[in-house]
Design a protein around this ligand. Structure first.
Ligand SMILES: *Cc1c(COP(=O)(O)O)cnc(C)c1O
Length: 340
């Protein structure tokens, strides 16, 4: 086995067809054994609920090469738990935690040649998904389900490196107050495509969603969670039932408390009180952290630390978490699952 010949340091965040993916099917009340397949296409029934009624969900997590050549998954148990919570919300069968993690490990091991080397800045992104399949017509939970995991080598989400981007508040909502905002379903993303495109057209990296009930509080930053550092040095992040609980966000909060000795708090962040914040960022698996230079709201750009320089706390949070993910810094207990 030899590593694929890719320009590891210049990989985009884009789909690459790797050699193996995992597939398992649920029917008659249980999951089959599941296993690796080479076909990257999916053949499902035309009436599948995933195609018509949005009964589907996904996850995203990464595997990293350590300096000694071993490969580690970052917190796959958290993704397994979140997919199970999403499955319950959409009345889909849960994928047991060990089945979920084993599927990810199998895909990483089978595609080890595609896992970017240590020090390249790139990683191997895993995309588990669960979809309602089988013959169906009316609105009801599917008779059968398909769980699959594929993976691709990816570079950083935003080209141009670790630098701030400007965001703009959106007049759209990505989720309803008591809808599906807190679970990782494709429907939330379908709703976000137009707001995202409009933000891009106006010259922003992405939009900031406000709370869907009052439009006064910050909820999410595009498809990532929002965090900020107050002038008092506290790391704050919004608390709301319609925010998707980001594993990156909760990892950063733990790093902030346990490694950087900072206070952290989840609370409302009013869009009219941005001047209380010294730094801001978006966080999620794809980019880890996207520093936010400024947020445009009501036609006025509010700049945090700087439009060109990353703030000091944001940088330390980023470097510490990336160090843990790459295996250069010791991980908190339970965060790492070795693939090989
Ligand atoms: C997946 C996702 C995130 C980030 O979650 P991570 O677990 O950190 O990758 C944030 N917001 C939304 C809406 C998401 O779908």
């Amino acid at each position: 086995m030899a590593k694929k010949e890719l320009d590891w340091g210049a990989l985009p965040f884009a789909y690459v067809k790797t050699d193996y993916r995992y597939v398992s099917r649920w029917r008659d009340g249980g999951w089959d054994e599941g296993g690796l397949v080479t076909d990257h296409r999916v053949s499902i029934e035309e009436g599948a609920t995933a195609l018509h009624y949005g009964q589907q969900c996904f996850e995203g997590l990464k595997a990293f090469s350590r300096a000694d050549g071993s490969i580690q998954l970052f917190r796959p148990d958290r993704n397994a738990a979140r997919m199970a919570a999403t499955a319950r919300r959409l009345i889909m069968p849960e994928v047991p935690e060990e089945k979920f993690i084993e599927a990810c490990l199998e895909v990483v091991r089978a595609n080890a040649d595609w896992v970017p080397p240590h020090g390249s800045g790139a990683s191997f992104y895993l995309r588990p998904y669960l979809i309602g399949v089988g013959d169906n017509l009316g609105v009801r939970p599917a008779p059968e389900y398909r769980f699959s995991v594929f993976g691709c080598p990816v570079g950083p989400y935003f080209k141009g490196g670790f630098r701030p981007f400007n965001f703009v508040t959106s007049s759209y909502d990505r989720a309803a107050p008591r809808g599906t905002g807190a679970v990782k379903v494709g429907g939330n993303y379908a709703a976000s495509l137009l707001p995202h495109e409009e933000a891009r057209h106006q010259g922003f990296a992405d939009c900031v969603y406000l709370d869907p009930s009052t439009h006064t509080k910050i909820e999410e930053a595009g498809a990532a969670n929002f965090f900020a550092v107050t002038r008092g040095g506290e790391v704050v992040t919004p608390l709301s039932p319609s925010i998707l609980p980001s594993i990156t966000k909760y990892s950063l909060l733990e790093v902030a408390r346990e490694r950087l000795g900072l206070r952290t708090v989840e609370r409302d962040i009013l869009v009219d009180r941005l001047d209380e914040l010294a730094e801001a960022g978006a966080c999620g698996t794809a980019a880890v952290i996207t520093p936010i230079g400024g947020i445009s709201h009501g036609g006025r750009l509010h700049v945090f630390h700087s439009e060109t320089e990353v703030g000091p706390v944001t940088r330390r949070l980023y470097e510490t978490l990336v160090g843990i993910q790459n295996g250069d810094l010791e991980a908190p207990s339970g965060w790492i699952r070795l693939a090989r």
